[in-house]
Design a protein around this ligand. Sequence first.
Ligand code: GLU
Length: 554
Amino acid sequence: MNYKDLADLIFPNIKDISYYEEKYPRRNLPEGAIVTRVAPSPTGFVHIGSLYQGLIARKIASQTKGVFFLRIEDTDQKREIENGTTEIINGFKQFDVIPDEGMTSETEEVGKYGPYKQSLRKDIYQSYAKYLIEQGKAYPCFCTPEELEEMRTKQEEAKIRPGYYGVWAKCRKLSVEEMIEKIKAGEKYIIRFKSPGREDRKIKHHDVIKGNVDFPENDQDIVIIKADGLPTYHFAHAVDDHLMGTTHVIRGDEWLSSVPLHLQLFQELGFKAPKYAHISPIMKNDNGNKRKLSKRKDPEAAVSYYAEEGIPANAVKEYLLNIANSNFENWRRANKDASIDSFELQLNKMSVSGALFDMIKLLDVSKNVIAKYTAEQVYEEAYKWAEKYDMELADMLKDKEYSLKVLGIERGNVKPRRDIAKWSDVKENIVYMYPEKFDKNTEEYELQTISNVEEAKQILSTYIQYYKEEDDKDTWFNKIKDVAEKYGYAREVKEYKQNPDAYKGHVGDVSTLIRIALTKRTNTPDMYEIMKVLGKEEVEKRISKLCNLCEKED
Ligand code: GLU
């Protein structure tokens, strides 16, 4: 009896690995092309960290004319949920992170290196497990969960390293005959890797992001095929990334400590190892404590959050690139209108410790992104968002022609308006421009600068006589100055500052009063443009309304 007999007994009727080696030939790509992937589990939740990895992987592959694929890692069937794959695909698609190969729906895929869903690759893993058994590099383990538990307790009590290794690796010492006998007797088993490593020896590893790292060799006989016949992550990683031709494994740094094991698996399987780039997680500052963005505590950890809030996908991507490479900010300053696709991302410039996620900064980036949109773009996106999340806004936007004028205020010029960070801001920012909404607004006017109601009334009624819709901006502003002067306010702020005792105030006080009459706000975009959009009739109506109120108070 030899290893071959054992392997045949465990995996009869299974293809030889040469079948798969031929079926998936080496990729024919230009020099320097990077093949990489994102490999999430379909748990029904797409974490922002997963999008971050996907975005980086997509960019690196595009920059080098390589390939980016999506592999669904569903070997832990307890964690899986229905439609988990669709959610991942849609989550990425929303941010225009589109793989060249991989799953395209729950059941369909594109690419020649599939299946791209691990549960459909069971036979492949088993062929490679058989190959290892044949060479005495893997073996069946008959230890029951209770025995393993007992072993762990003993290790804990003795304060020694936990795991299945050395003297603790009981089944490793069984003879082939004993193994075969147990299998024939119907004993349950899983398959373990027979690690050739020694804990007292070190390996050196160069990580593309983390740099040089030293580790003890792996000496754990880890499980490669579980009781359900499916592989563990470690084994599937080696087999898949080999067959799929991955040149760079870009993944979360929680896997960094598994590198010694992974390199050993590649070595024992006779595969060329890929390069590794371990990304630090996105962190959050929680009252001075740095911690990972948590699925449970932080709504912004889910990619769905951004669509719900109406933060444009472009802005999120732009922000993630900011976190990824610190030189992005300078690049953006020098290339104000360039698409982020032309930014050259560098893996070796990524931060070694976790980058901080800062919502305020993200919203600031988003304001800049939206500031560059045309009124039409703002309209389309805000409307799409509103139809899903805010019917009141959708209703306001139904009058497209008027809404385009509203959204076009201070847009498309050198210093465009920067007051929208997300589509959920739009309603609050423009609501006063809609007469039926303004009429229903029951907030009190706060006169601010000119609190004498009699004077306020006089200023407003004088102004309304001066106002002409067709005035150009200079004429319009001169008229406000004329009114200011007439009531003892300086025409220019400068004049007032030079001689404050000579005036009641300055032109700014008068325009604030007009602004309040028109909008009930002290802070709005350009008032000249606002008045143009509202139209003469509405302007007069709003100013008279405040005049009348002042009169009543008189
Ligand atoms: N399924 C693994 C994870 O979600 C993938 C890690 C990898 O990219 O290899 O962490």
